[in-house]
Design a protein around this ligand. Structure first.
Ligand SMILES: O=C(O)CCC(=O)C(=O)O
Ligand SMILES: [Fe+2]
Length: 301
C-alpha cells in the first residue's frame, strides 16, 4: 500500500492498520512515503536556505547545539527559543577565537524552535495543512493535539553532529509525544539518517533466529532489519517511547530535515513544568485540530 496524500485518502480499516503498525512494529516508527509533494518539499528547502542566508552572526551569542551529558546546551539563547526562530551552531564550526571555521550556511546545526508558528512557509505545512490534520485526526493518539519544538536540522557535510539516542516522550504525563520528521533531502546511513533501536520497547528483542543453513545444518541468522532511507518528502512518525538517534554526517552531502513534536493537551495530558521548553502567555502551544478528537487510542497500547 502506498500512501501518497496523507491518511484522509485511506479507508478506516487501512488507517487502523497503520495505527496498529505504529504501536506494534518492531521499531515503532512509521514511514509515510511522499507525504509532501515535490513543490511542498521544495518550498521548505528553499525557505531553510533563505533562513541560513538571513542568519546574522554578528549579534549571535555563538550558542552551539551540544548534547553530551557533560556539555548540554542550556544558555538563555537556547532556553528562550521555544517561541522564536533561533540558530544553533555546530560544535566544530567555531574556533577558539570565536570565529566561524566555514561559511555561515555550513556552520548551523539547526534552527528552532517556533518555525511552525512564526514562519509562514513552515506554518503552512504544520498548522494549515489538511494532510497534517488528517494524520492527527485519523491516528487518534491525541484528543487535542498541539505542536511544539519545530526544527530544521541540517546535518552539515563532514561536521553535522550526531544526535545521541533518546526518546521524545518525557514532555507529558501520560506520555503522548509523537515525532513528525520530514526528510527534505534523501537520507542514507552516510549523511546521518535516523536510526531506531530495534525492539527498544520490548523486554526481549528478537535479534536472531535459528534456521536451516544452505550446507544442510543449522545456525543462527542475524536479523538485520534495514534502517529507513527516506526520500525527500517522506514523513517518518516516531513513537514517543522508541529510542532513536542519528550519526554524525561524515559525507559531503547535507541532510536537511524538518521535524516537530506533537503532544496532547490538558485535561488529557499534563505538561511538565521542568521541561526545558515552556509555552509562554504570548505563544501557547499551537493547536492542530479545530475540533478535538472524541475517541483516542492510548500510545501505551
Ligand atoms: O534529525 C535527527 O537527526 C534527530 C531528530 C529527532 O530526534 C526528532 O525529530 O525527534
Ligand atoms: Fe527525537
Amino acid at each position: 500500500m502506498v500512501m501518497s496524500k496523507g491518511l484522509e485518502y485511506l479507508t478506516r480499516g487501512q488507517v487502523d492498520q497503520y495505527q496498529a503498525k505504529l504501536l506494534a512494529c518492531y521499531r515503532r516508527y512509521l514511514r509515510i512515503p511522499g507525504f509532501l509533494g515535490n513543490d511542498e518539499t521544495d518550498a521548505l528547502l528553499t525557505r531553510s536556505k533563505q533562513l541560513l542566508d538571513e542568519f546574522n552572526i554578528d549579534d549571535h551569542p555563538l550558542t552551539k547545539f551540544t548534547t553530551s551529558d557533560k556539555n548540554h546546551v542550556g544558555d538563555d539563547y537556547f532556553l528562550n527559543s521555544g517561541d522564536k526562530i533561533r540558530y544553533f551552531l555546530e560544535e566544530d564550526a567555531v574556533d577558539s577565537s570565536g570565529k566561524l571555521t566555514r561559511d555561515k550556511q555550513r556552520a548551523v546545526n539547526k534552527i528552532g524552535h517556533a518555525l511552525h508558528e512564526l514562519d509562514p512557509v513552515f506554518r503552512k505545512v504544520t498548522l494549515e495543512n489538511e494532510k497534517m490534520k488528517s494524520v492527527a485526526r485519523d491516528l487518534r493518539f491525541h484528543n487535542d493535539p498541539v505542536a511544539l519544538q519545530s526544527m530544521v536540522i541540517f546535518k552539515q557535510p563532514q561536521i553535522g553532529g550526531a544526535v545521541p539516542e533518546h526518546n521524545d516522550s518525557y514532555y507529558t504525563s501520560p506520555p503522548t509525544a509523537l515525532g513528525f520528521w520530514i526528510a527534505l533531502e534523501k537520507c542514507t546511513h552516510l549523511n546521518g539518517a535516523l536510526s531506531f533501536l530495534p525492539g527498544s520497547h520490548l523486554t526481549t528483542p528478537i535479534t536472531k533466529r535459528f534456521v536451516r543453513t544452505t550446507g544442510g545444518g543449522t545456525g543462527f541468522e542475524h536479523l538485520d532489519v534495514p534502517e529507513p532511507t527516506p526520500e525527500r518528502g517522506d514523513l517518518v512518525l516516531i513513537h514517543g517511547s522508541v529510542l532513536h538517534k542519528s550519526e554524525r554526517n561524515t559525507s559531503a552531502r547535507t541532510r536537511y530535515a524538518y521535524t516537530f513534536h506533537m503532544i496532547d493537551s490538558p485535561p488529557y495530558a499534563t505538561y511538565d513544568e521542568k521541561n526545558w521548553l515552556q509555552p509562554t502567555p504570548a505563544m501557547p502551544f499551537s493547536r492542530i485540530l479545530d475540533a478535538p478528537n472524541k475517541t483516542t487510542v492510548s500510545m501505551a497500547a
